[in-house]
Design a protein around this ligand. Structure first.
Ligand SMILES: [Zn+2]
Ligand SMILES: [Zn+2]
Length: 274
């Protein structure tokens, strides 16, 4: 099994040494992990706000992953990065991504306009928003993010539900359109177990949404969104049964930004809930 969503203390809101995440992955019998810390936000304000690593920490992040690869040959360690998608920052992101040989780039929508809709500090803003419009804008941003061709994987693709805000109207057309665009653009999506640790208490995405992605044959990866070593591989038994329930028999891995398919059954270990 793989865990492609592991943060580091460089982003300012995760704890533990990078080696501790690797050790936890080895003891959980994972075959492959990917560090996926936050790419420096445009303008370098990310570090001040504890949202991402600083611009000048990126080389250190990359070399640390390379060092860990040498120190722990018993597990495959991939160099990933979680890049925010906000319209207008594409050329900044594109330029930064060309500097290193990432195995994969995960594109994540955390902002609608200036609003960090999943940030606990900005949760109050939900009270003054129309939930259906928020969902519409969110799905539109997901489609835009895939169309940039900057990303291999789209992260936690129903994050908008994090605090339990649910749409009243139908979202099936938006979902269908989004899944079609993802398929056309060749991106994978992430089954992210961190939602189980959030107010919504549900994996991202829900089974209902995952079934739509399955219908359009959009590939999947698995991620815990670990911000502490203990969370590596957390609840992956639930993630795998969700994938199977939605009809998936395969997941994918990445190397040098090339996608490889792997049967779910071949995966030697599935980490159980802790
Ligand atoms: Zn994220
Ligand atoms: Zn993350």
């Amino acid at each position: 099994m793989i865990d492609y969503h592991i943060h580091t203390n460089l982003c300012g809101h995760a704890i533990g040494e990078m080696a501790d995440y690797v050790k936890e992955a080895i003891s959980s019998d994972l075959e492959e992990i990917g560090f996926n810390d936050h790419l420096p936000l445009n303008g370098d304000s990310g570090k001040e706000q504890n949202l991402s690593m600083a611009f000048d920490e990126l080389p250190h992040y990359v070399s640390e992953v390379m060092n860990l690869r040498k120190s722990y040959p018993e597990i495959r360690i991939k160099l990933g990065i979680e890049a925010d998608f906000t319209p207008g920052t594409e050329s900044y992101t594109r330029e930064l991504l060309t500097r290193y040989d990432f195995d994969y780039v995960m594109g994540s929508v955390h902002y609608i306009g200036e609003w960090a809709f999943d940030h606990p500090g900005e949760r109050k803003e939900w009270d003054s928003r129309d939930v259906d419009s928020v969902y519409k804008e969110y799905f539109e941003l997901l489609r835009k993010s895939a169309r940039t061709s900057l990303f291999d994987i789209i992260g936690h693709c129903d994050l908008v539900k994090k605090f339990g805000n649910r749409p009243v109207g139908e979202i099936s057309k938006d979902l269908d359109d989004t899944a079609k665009v993802f398929k056309e653009c060749g991106v994978a999506i992430e089954i992210n177990t961190s939602g189980l640790r959030k107010p919504v208490s549900e994996i991202y995405p829900s089974c209902e949404i995952l079934q739509v992605y399955r219908k359009y044959d959009v590939p999947i990866v698995f991620g815990s969104d670990a911000h502490t070593p203990d969370d590596v591989g957390r609840d992956f038994d639930k993630a795998v049964s969700l994938a199977r329930q939605a009809g998936y028999q395969e997941f994918v891995t990445f190397e040098n930004r090339n996608m490889k398919h792997q049967k779910l059954d071949d995966s030697k270990s599935i980490v159980s809930s802790q």
